[in-house]
Ligand binder design. Structure first.
Ligand SMILES: [Fe+2]
Length: 281
């Protein structure tokens, strides 16, 4: 039985208005060319190798594919999603992390979304966490859809994969502030996670305090408008952790540009899928 839909409240109605004004209107004024140009941009594969003394030796060399901010809906439909899924599958990663904003607004089309995401498989699992957009309509339907598609949703929870002494993967639900992210992280269970998935990069503040070797986030879309040659000089300059790789001590954070958006414009900020090879020291 599918979970009962909660009544659509003020957040959904506000987001619907924004969707009409900032997503659909610019597109219709441009006779669809903004959207067409937006989804024609090639998806960049951002590859990196990160080293941490806290990364377990048994998992030295593990490759993690990081997909985020799909925003399945008007701007990013099934055809573009299929391209992103094919790109992830081609990476043949050991673990896949999908860090939130799976849908843009309505969860009604999530069965189609999960039909595509179910094609992604990885030895250590395919994980999802929810973003702020996933909470606009029917978050429980997204969690349920993920489970039915064989993905592993983490809602303030952690699981160990790859055996009894395996990799501890934690994931937190959407939280807006640093203290709220930290509170969710405390709910994830005992022990220091090896990998944290959090839509909001602000979770890194709590993660580095705990010495978590790798945190993967999205949310900012890399600012969508960035200065050429310096992705940190972007439109979300108020966010300290807005784009790319950050390191503190033995802890790393990667904030991906994501593949989708709710506004059909990206400048010097291409849609991307990251692939991270983790090495232990
Ligand atoms: Fe997003």
């Amino acid at each position: 039985m599918s979970p009962k839909r909660p009544p659509r409240g003020l957040a959904y109605r506000t987001a619907s208005l924004r969707n009409a004004l900032l997503t659909r209107l610019p597109d219709s004024i441009s006779f669809g060319s903004l959207r067409a140009r937006h989804i024609k941009q090639p998806i960049r594969i951002e590859e990196m190798r990160l080293t941490s003394a806290h990364w377990p030796r048994a998992f030295d060399g593990v490759r993690i594919a990081h997909l985020s901010d799909i925003h399945f809906g008007h701007l990013l439909g099934a055809e573009r999603l299929a391209q992103a899924v094919d790109a992830v599958r081609a990476l043949r990663a050991d673990l896949v992390a999908i860090t939130g904003d799976l849908v843009d607004l309505s969860a009604d089309e999530s069965p189609l979304l999960f039909e595509h995401l179910a094609l992604i498989q990885a030895k250590l699992g395919v994980f999802i966490v929810l973003g702020n957009h996933d909470h606009l309509d029917h978050p429980k339907a997204i969690v349920r859809g993920a489970k039915e598609a064989g993905l592993i949703p983490l809602v303030d929870d952690s699981v160990r994969v790859g055996g009894r002494d395996g990799l501890l993967v934690a994931g937190i639900d959407w939280a807006k502030s640093i203290p709220a992210c930290a509170a969710r992280l405390r709910r994830c269970g005992t022990g220091r996670a090896d990998l944290l998935l959090a839509h909001n990069p602000k979770a890194f503040v709590g993660a580095e305090e705990r010495g978590i070797p790798l945190t993967l986030s999205g949310h900012t879309h890399g600012g969508q408008l960035a200065r050429s040659g310096n992705r940190r000089h972007n439109l979300v300059f108020t966010q300290r952790l807005s784009a790319g790789h950050y390191a503190h001590g033995e802890s790393h954070l990667y904030v991906t540009n994501g593949v989708g958006a709710w506004f059909p414009l990206r400048v010097n900020c291409p849609p991307e899928i990251a692939v991270i090879e983790m090495r232990s020291r």
